[in-house]
Write a protein that binds this ligand. Structure first.
Ligand code: NZQ
Ligand code: ZN
Length: 381
């Protein structure tokens, strides 16, 4: 088991009716908030009404920054930075999914930075200061509500890159499972695929394979994500399944499920970011295409041990091959595509996708070359 440092400062407010508590937390940090949200789902499901009423009751004034799109783009984040500066905001409140939270983190750091905020994403600078951020999560998927990373697409260059730093951890996040009751069915599935992806990256790329506590944490989270998703798909009003799914997805990328692992990397994510950068497909859909393809490559290169262990603990499958099939079956059941063509992506585009992924692979310091990435992508044809 490898040495590690684990610190996660995010206060989690979990359960029914926690939005009011979040507003009270936020009021301790400032009086003028930039309220960031997406295409309007929060207005339909009551989150906007509950949050704005609670903020007003706590004496917090708001300036709105709406219209964050899924796979958020740099130009919209830049608008948010201008708005927050012009209104003299002293904090950011994000209400929505990973896209809204990631754009909010970008704005929070951008307001405090004199240079171009894209510097944080292409490795030219590290965020050293940020406005305090509070989040109301409405979709279990990315873990952004309890981590210090964010992902933005530069729509001019088609680069989907990430930034990170301790100043980007939210101060507090409200996780009310009832806010997820209005999720469209495809988003339920994409969120499940993404949260599975977050735990498999570390589990399958670690060079230290004797960290039983972390392995078991990963197995447990995977079983919880899969069984909760099954229950939600069968009965979308199942509160306890929604709650279990929400907390599982948060835990999946809050730093805990990699403690004790060594040399882990996010290869499936690097390839997926090229897909969503070029074709603007949902992150979870792209991952459902990449993961089975990467698993076949992993089996060939690193042997069956990890796939067999994971399969036995999570799916009850007897072999590595059966484990890959079980992943695919789960992704399909969740409504996600598992081949490039199912997302309308032609096989002829593979070199272009691999080239785009390579720029991120280099930026993240990973040791892969373009022919290997093309080979992985050909497994997804
Ligand atoms: O925009 P609105 O109207 O809010 O609708 C959203 C959006 O259309 C909708 N939605 C969210 N909650 C809802 C709802 N609709 C009805 N009821 C609700 N309760 O769902 C759609 C997708 O939302 P989005 O925020 O894009 O989804 P997700 O949370 O999956 O975020 C994806 C983004 O996060 C990045 C992805 O790459 C992608 O850009 N990631 C961020 C990470 C991080 N910061 O740690 C890690 C991940 O690996 C990932 O890369
Ligand atoms: Zn992800």
């Amino acid at each position: 088991m490898h040495n590690f440092t684990f610190a996660n400062p995010v206060k989690i407010l979990f359960g029914r009716d926690v939005i009011g508590k979040l507003a009270a937390e936020a009021a301790g940090s400032g009086k003028k908030a930039l309220l960031v949200y997406g295409g309007g789902s929060i207005k339909k499901n009551g989150v906007y009404a509950a949050l704005t009423a609670a903020l007003a009751a706590n004496g917090v004034e708001i300036t709105e920054h709406a219209g964050v799109k899924p796979n958020p783009v740099l130009s919209h984040a830049l608008e948010g930075i201008k708005k927050a500066r012009a209104a003299g905001c002293d904090m950011i409140i994000a209400a929505g999914g990973g896209s809204v939270i990631d754009e909010s983190k970008t704005i929070a750091a951008g307001v405090k930075y004199d240079g171009d905020v894209w510097d944080f994403f292409c490795g030219k600078a590290q965020p050293r200061a940020a406005l305090p951020l509070f989040t109301v999560l409405t979709i279990p998927a990315t873990g952004s509500e309890m981590n210090s990373g964010c992902v933005i697409t530069n729509e001019l260059t088609r680069q989907k890159y990430s930034a990170g730093g301790v100043v980007l951890f939210p101060k507090a996040s409200a996780l009310d499972p009832e806010t997820t009751l209005t999720l469209p069915r495809p988003q339920i599935g994409y969120g499940a695929v993404d949260s599975i992806a977050h735990i498999i990256e570390g589990y399958f790329t670690t060079t230290d394979r004797d960290a039983a506590v972390t392995d078991e944490l990963v197995h447990g989270l995977a079983r919880s994500i899969i069984s909760s998703t099954d229950r939600i798909l069968a009965d979308q009003a199942d509160y306890n399944a929604r709650a279990s799914m929400m907390w599982s997805a948060t835990l999946a990328l809050n730093g805990l499920p990699t403690c004790g692992y060594a040399g882990t990397h996010f290869i499936n994510h690097a390839i997926e970011h090229a897909l969503s950068a070029i074709y603007d497909i949902p992150h979870g859909a792209g991952l459902a295409i990449v993961m089975p393809a990467w698993f076949r490559h992993h089996l060939e290169k690193d042997g069956p041990a990890r796939l067999a262990q994971f399969g036995k603990a999570v799916f009850g499958t007897p072999t590595a091959e059966e484990t890959i099939k079980a992943f695919e079956t789960f992704f399909k059941k969740a409504g996600a595509p598992v081949r490039l063509a199912e997302a309308g992506i032609p096989a002829e585009d593979i070199p272009r996708i691999a080239e785009n992924a390579m720029s991120l692979i280099r930026l993240w310091g990973m040791k892969h070359e373009q022919p290997e990435i093309e080979k992985i992508l050909r497994n997804a044809v």
